[in-house]
Design a protein around this ligand. Structure first.
Ligand SMILES: Cc1cc2nc3c(=O)[nH]c(=O)nc-3n(C[C@H](O)[C@H](O)[C@H](O)COP(=O)(O)OP(=O)(O)OC[C@H]3O[C@@H](n4cnc5c(N)ncnc54)[C@H](O)[C@@H]3O)c2cc1C
Length: 421
């Protein structure tokens, strides 16, 4: 924390740190590991400053880059001032023999981790079928996603019109029927989720009079294993054409880049819609079950002002979570506990305030997309796991966060009033 009203945010690049630690990585030589450790003294002799050799790794241990100065000779390129974007090999499909279509949920305009698993599954299926196949993603509504290529999308159909916004299953189904007619996909893959995938996949299956596999989690081109009987049984059957896939059904794509080439659809008829989307209803974030919450503010032993913590959760619109210590000490109810012996959460954003990052807690947040740590200890395990950390006293950081949120809300309200006038 520095100065009143502002605090410094240290942004780390875990990938660059990993490359800097990994001397065998092809880009290792491009990472600048620190200030000059060698200078020529007045007598002409090279002097080494041992304090400037190497860099501090994320676990707080000093690391020495033994290739420093030899990177060029080793054919690893020249040093630059910052990390470079790694260019993954391009997987191109020029004339696909067949298509596998994925309809991602695109929550908030971005691919969810389940969407990425489903794209990974699509490529697994492509490999099991003769001929060259392409994975097509059909995306509806506003898209803020920039990583279709690295998520495994060979072809992209983006339908962003007003008629596809919000809950519009009838119009979306009409578009899927057009895709069916135009591409005749070998398989249709949907995330089996509450975000629309399960609904749309079931509607398409009903329209095509096909029996889909739901909660499918082990799929190859021949057979599919689905979870049944409330998750207590596995049901095996021949792989159907329409699959509604469970989370972690496959590994997401991470070693190739794809073309994400746009495909145009022929005109899609406007359907007569009987369903009317009345917009989203504000809900109490604490009424959302912890396992389904998208945004969690979680409290640990480093919280000393509980009233302020609850206020922060309310202002941020976050669901409250807690470490076991916070629960055992009686500050939070048992059902708020996150971790191995609590709830396993899948939030897109998980803010851990004053939580050290014990293994039992980490097990519960393994599925979270972005972890933010607020902690006074820069070396704790939660800070190592986090994509963003605010190092400082939890009370001070939360006070600042509350102030910022209130200012932001006031600004928005002012903007709304001006628009109304
Ligand atoms: C069988 C078993 C099962 C368990 N299951 C779970 C589980 O499901 N979930 C779980 O959470 N734990 C579980 N635990 C407990 C776990 O091992 C840890 O003890 C617990 O997670 C620690 O909670 P904590 O991080 O809140 O507290 P601590 O470990 O005490 O950490 C407190 C953190 O707050 C920071 N801090 C302190 N003061 C401040 C301040 N003023 N401002 C900012 N930061 C501050 C400290 O730097 C520290 O990082 C389990 C343990 C066992 C043995």
């Amino acid at each position: 924390m520095s100065g009143e009203g502002s605090f410094e945010v240290l942004r780390r690049d875990p990938r660059a740190e990993w490359i800097a630690r990994n001397r065998l990585h092809p880009l290792h030589g491009t990472i600048n590991v620190g200030e000059e450790a060698e200078v020529r003294g007045p007598s002409g002799l090279i002097r080494k400053n041992p304090h400037k050799v190497g860099f501090i790794g994320p676990n707080g241990i000093k690391r020495i880059d033994r290739l420093k100065g030899n990177a060029t000779a080793a054919g690893l390129g020249r040093r630059s001032s910052g990390p470079q974007e790694v260019q993954l090999p391009l997987h191109a499909v020029e004339n696909p023999d067949f298509y596998i279509v994925v309809v991602p949920d695109l929550v908030g305009g971005r691919l969810t981790s389940q969407d990425k698993d489903v794209l990974g599954q699509a490529h697994k299926l492509v490999k099991g079928i003769d001929g060259e196949g392409a994975v097509v993603a059909v995306c509806f509504g506003e898209s803020k996603e920039e990583g279709y290529d690295t998520a495994g999308v060979d072809r992209l159909i983006h339908l962003g019109g007003e008629e596809y916004e919000g809950f519009a299953p009838e119009q979306r189904l009409a578009a899927l029927m057009q895709v069916e007619a135009q591409l005749q996909p070998k398989h249709w893959l949907f995330p089996d989720s509450v975000h629309g995938g399960a609904d749309l996949g079931s509607r398409l299956a009903a329209r095509l009079s096909e029996r889909p596999a739901v909660q499918a989690w082990q799929v190859d081109h021949a057979s599919t294993v689905s979870r049944g009987a409330s998750g207590s049984k596995d049901i095996q059957r021949a792989t159907p054409r329409i699959l509604l896939l469970a989370e972690e059904c496959a590994d997401p794509i991470d070693e190739t880049r794809h073309e994400a080439q746009a495909i145009e659809l022929a005109a899609i008829p406007l359907t007569i819609t009987r369903l009317k989307d009345q917009g989203q209803v504000a809900v109490d974030p604490n009424a959302i079950p912890l396992a389904e919450a998208e945004f969690i503010l979680s409290a640990g032993n480093g919280i000393h002002n509980w009233e302020q913590f609850h206020e922060a959760a309310e202002v941020l619109g976050a669901t409250e979570g807690a470490s076991r210590v916070a629960v055992d000490d009686g500050f939070m109810p048992r059902f708020r506990q996150v971790g191995a012996t609590g709830t396993w959460v899948t939030a897109r954003v998980y803010i851990a305030v004053g939580i050290s990052g014990a293994i039992q807690h980490m097990q519960g947040i393994g599925q979270c997309d972005k972890v933010i740590a607020i902690n006074s200890d820069a070396g704790c395990d939660m800070v190592k796991r986090a994509a963003l950390s605010a190092i400082g006293d939890s009370e001070e950081v939360l006070a600042e966060l509350i102030k910022l949120m209130q200012a932001h809300k006031a600004e928005q309200a002012e903007g709304g009033d001006q628009n109304a006038a």
